[in-house]
Design a protein around this ligand. Structure first.
Ligand SMILES: N#Cc1c(-c2ccc3ccn(Cc4ccccn4)c3c2)n[nH]c1N
Length: 240
């Protein structure tokens, strides 16, 4: 997979070259290009924004600069263009799983009050464009959202995670939140690891973990339970 990111703050994307993601890049599992939007400005001030038509607070990012940048970065190769925005469709584990099958992702990081809408409209005629949001809160720009989304996608690529099974079994992959996890010591500050996890009874352990996941999901994210397909819960789950 090749990932390109266009931003006015390239340094914000430096964490993508650290740790797990950095190793994936070094291993050739992912190619990463980070591009400074201001490289496509032609004025002495390197202006990337202007006042909004219709008035209102803040500034809007200029379509001309974005058009030149995305034409150059996208080139002729097909790619999914991703535009983070607080007004976007929710970015979910299902989104990450779908994007993990893509050959190329290009992220356009806006700032100010966002990017002139005609940029999205113009590129929607050339290929898939996703306006997505990572959550119901407002950030200052798209860079942090790109860090989140790239990590969620790249961890799903074959060879990236040391233990690939966990990508299938982690939170949300079965529609539920992950239950609690424990490691040594068996007793810590008077708190003990649940006996079932040390029993060696794998069926009982699986049942216990499923029950804790259902319990946590019902308490913290009842919306996820409501969204489960009818056949997702078996009789034992329903007894829970
Ligand atoms: N994904 C995501 C986001 C963002 C996000 C993403 C990109 C930009 C580009 C500019 N801003 C600031 C801004 C503030 C107010 C109205 C419009 N835009 C962004 C915010 N905020 N919250 C999320 N879950």
């Amino acid at each position: 997979m090749r990932i390109d990111v266009v931003t006015i703050f390239p340094g914000y994307l430096a964490p993508l070259r650290e740790a797990l993601l950095g190793r994936a890049i070094e291993a050739g599992l992912v190619e990463l290009g980070v591009h400074d939007l201001r490289d496509w400005t032609h004025d002495v001030h390197q202006a990337v924004d202007d006042s909004p038509y219709g008035g209102g607070p803040g500034m809007v990012m200029r379509p001309q600069v974005w058009g030149e940048a995305l034409d150059a970065v996208l080139g002729e190769e097909p790619a999914r263009l991703v535009v983070p925005t607080p007004a976007g469709r929710p970015f979910t584990q299902a989104t990450a799983q779908a994007w993990a099958a893509e050959e190329r992702l290009v992220f356009a990081c806006g700032r100010y009050e966002g990017i002139d809408q005609r940029v999205v409209d113009a590129y929607a005629d050339r290929g898939p464009v996703d306006e997505v949001s990572i959550g119901d809160y407002v950030l200052v720009g798209g860079e942090v959202a790109v860090l989140v989304m790239v990590e969620a996608v790249v961890r799903l690529l074959p060879g990236v995670l040391g233990n690939p099974v966990s990508a299938q079994e982690d939170s949300f992959s079965d529609g539920l939140l992950e239950g609690p996890a424990y490691t040594r010591p068996v007793s810590w500050r008077g708190l003990d690891v649940p006996d079932v996890l040390r029993s060696g009874n794998h069926a009982a352990i699986a049942r216990w973990r499923r029950d804790r996941a259902l319990e946590r999901t019902a308490a913290r994210r009842p919306d996820l339970l409501d969204a489960l397909p009818p056949d997702a819960l078996d009789r034992a789950d329903r007894a829970f």
